[in-house]
Design a protein around this ligand. Structure first.
Ligand code: HEM
Length: 134
């Protein structure tokens, strides 16, 4: 039977950043360490400081023992949702990005009306000169 893993976005996890409610994200997993803050041998400040971001590097840098790694599983509450956009500006861009091409063409024509007008004008002059030569 497949196991159901709760997914959290980094934005969601980052809201749990207090002494009473502290989540850390390590190696794609989300840990609720609220009850562990006072017991953490590395101190509660490092854990609070590790909220709202990927703390994998800091966790590895501290050189945690095998026991620490086994112990942390008890605090795992889910996994990091990596499918949601990490680049919100891309979402904003796609929302604002109009696909109404006929309207765009009209807008562009309005803005750069002098270009087609000049082309038509030059063509008329060239045609007139050409006809006069004959
Ligand atoms: C559920 C998550 C965590 C658990 C269960 C945990 C557990 C432990 C344990 C048992 C130790 C004692 C040394 C050892 O046995 O390795 C320790 C030390 C330490 N931890 Fe964590 N830890 C966690 C997360 C973190 C995070 C996210 C950071 C950094 C951002 C961190 C930084 C440290 C530091 C700096 C030490 C002290 C190392 C030393 O004095 O040499 N820990 N941790």
């Amino acid at each position: 039977m497949p196991t159901l893993t709760k997914l959290y976005t980094m934005q969601e996890a980052s809201q749990h950043n207090t002494k009473d409610n502290c989540w850390v994200v390590i190696d794609g997993k989300v840990y609720d360490v609220s009850t562990y803050l006072d017991d953490h041998p590395g101190g509660d400040d490092v854990l609070l400081d590790a909220t709202g971001r990927d703390a994998t590097e800091d966790f590895e840098d501290a050189g945690h023992s095998k026991t620490a790694r086994e112990e942390m599983e008890a605090f795992c509450i889910g996994e990091l949702d990596t499918t949601s956009s990490d680049l919100p500006e891309l979402e904003i861009f796609s929302k604002n990005h109009s696909t109404d091409y006929p309207k765009k063409l009209v807008d562009l024509t309005k803005r750069y009306w002098a270009v087609p007008a000049a082309v038509v004008g030059i063509s008329v002059v060239v045609a007139a000169l050409h006809l006069r030569k004959k």
